[in-house]
Design a protein around this ligand. Structure first.
Ligand SMILES: [Zn+2]
Ligand SMILES: [Zn+2]
Length: 355
């Protein structure tokens, strides 16, 4: 064991439920759960800021209420201690995404779909550990992270850490359903919402060879969409024009920004070809409104992050086709202001906190 690994890890924590109008993280140290030979400990280089981080500390999802809470699940760092049962070595650069445990024994886990573990996936933060000292996991807005080597994904040398980090959650979340539902040559794919997830969705869809269209409320993101590799742009503000040009032509639509009142029946489902798929990543607390007649011959489904093997495939595609996250880096010590700016929609398109 490296003598330099501290016995306590230190991060930027929400000490209690956060007020969205005024985030206030504090430096907090914790003792990690007992190390076992399946684990690695990494010295964190950087961590992306995901929408889930905000939801968690503002208690948008009721299950997440363990405080103090260090969030962050787009973590890249260097292995400083590697358990005997892992494939990693000290010095390897690896990343942890949103998942850090699964049962390892169910049919999903055995099929390499750990993110659909039938016993439930364990989160990189706020996940149960079964340990008395640290009963729930703490995340990546910190100096070190300890987790199972199985969920630590090797980062290709061609990708800078800050660019690669957001792919661990945002990237995998859009990449996995694109592949699962056949994005590729000869397919017309729409990406709804051009933000942290969507800007990677457009790039991965284009990288897979699909005719890719950005679908956004107004024209304001048209120029960005073109730079990201979109072949076309659909402004939903003018549904009549959108339908006149694109009705029943999309094979697949991935919705990265599901908001109440969005035109699911009026526009999104009519854009799909018969037997087309609409995948919603990020299901809102309020659920998905029943689509009635509009769903006939169309499928609506959800998707949850990506498995370790899918993340590895995603990185290979990113290297081969030049997919890059558009990031703004900030010092880890500025986590509070960064969350505030993220909440206020200032990210273009992903903040990454750097140690
Ligand atoms: Zn996330
Ligand atoms: Zn399982």
């Amino acid at each position: 064991m490296s003598a330099t690994i501290p016995t306590q890890f230190t991060g930027q924590a929400a000490m209690s439920k956060q007020n969205e109008e005024k985030f206030d993280l504090k430096e907090h140290s914790y003792t990690p759960r007992a190390f076992n030979e399946d684990d690695v400990i990494i010295k964190i280089e950087c961590c992306g800021v995901c929408g889930s981080d905000l939801h968690t500390i503002t208690c948008g999802w009721q299950a997440h209420d363990n405080f103090p809470a260090i969030v962050g699940h787009e973590i890249i760092g260097t292995v400083e201690r590697a358990g005997a049962n892992t494939t990693h070595k000290v010095g390897d650069r690896v990343g942890f995404g949103a998942q850090c445990s699964s049962c390892g024994e169910c049919s999903s886990c055995k099929a390499g779909q750990e993110n659909y573990c039938l016993k439930g996936m364990g989160g990189t933060y706020q996940g149960k550990t079964g340990d008395k000292v640290q009963p729930y996991t703490q995340g990546g807005y910190a100096d070190y992270y300890q987790g199972p080597g199985h969920f630590a994904v090797p980062i290709p040398a061609e990708l800078e850490s800050a660019v690669a980090a957001p792919m661990l959650c945002a990237g995998g979340t859009v990449y996995a359903p694109l592949v699962r539902y056949g994005a590729g040559p000869g397919k017309k794919v729409g990406i709804i919402g051009i933000g942290g997830l969507g800007h990677l969705g457009v790039q991965f869809s284009a990288a897979l060879g699909a005719d890719t269209f950005a679908i956004s409320h107004s024209d304001s993101k048209r120029a960005d969409a073109e730079k990201l590799g979109a072949k076309g742009f659909v402004a939903t503000k003018d549904a009549k024009t959108a339908l006149a040009e694109h009705a029943a032509t999309f094979d697949l639509i991935v919705c990265t920004s599901f908001q109440e009142g969005m035109p699911l029946q009026e526009l999104y489902l009519p854009l799909l070809k018969p037997f087309g798929n609409m995948v919603i990543v990020g299901i809102p607390n309020s659920g998905i409104p029943a689509p009635g007649w509009a769903v006939l011959g169309k499928s609506i489904t959800g998707s949850l992050i990506a498995s370790p093997s899918e993340l590895t495939e995603m990185y290979a595609l990113a290297v081969a086709k030049g997919v890059r996250t558009w990031v703004e880096t900030r010092p880890m010590s500025e986590a509070t202001q960064t969350l505030q700016d993220m909440h206020e929609g200032k990210a273009k398109f992903r903040y990454v906190l750097v140690n």
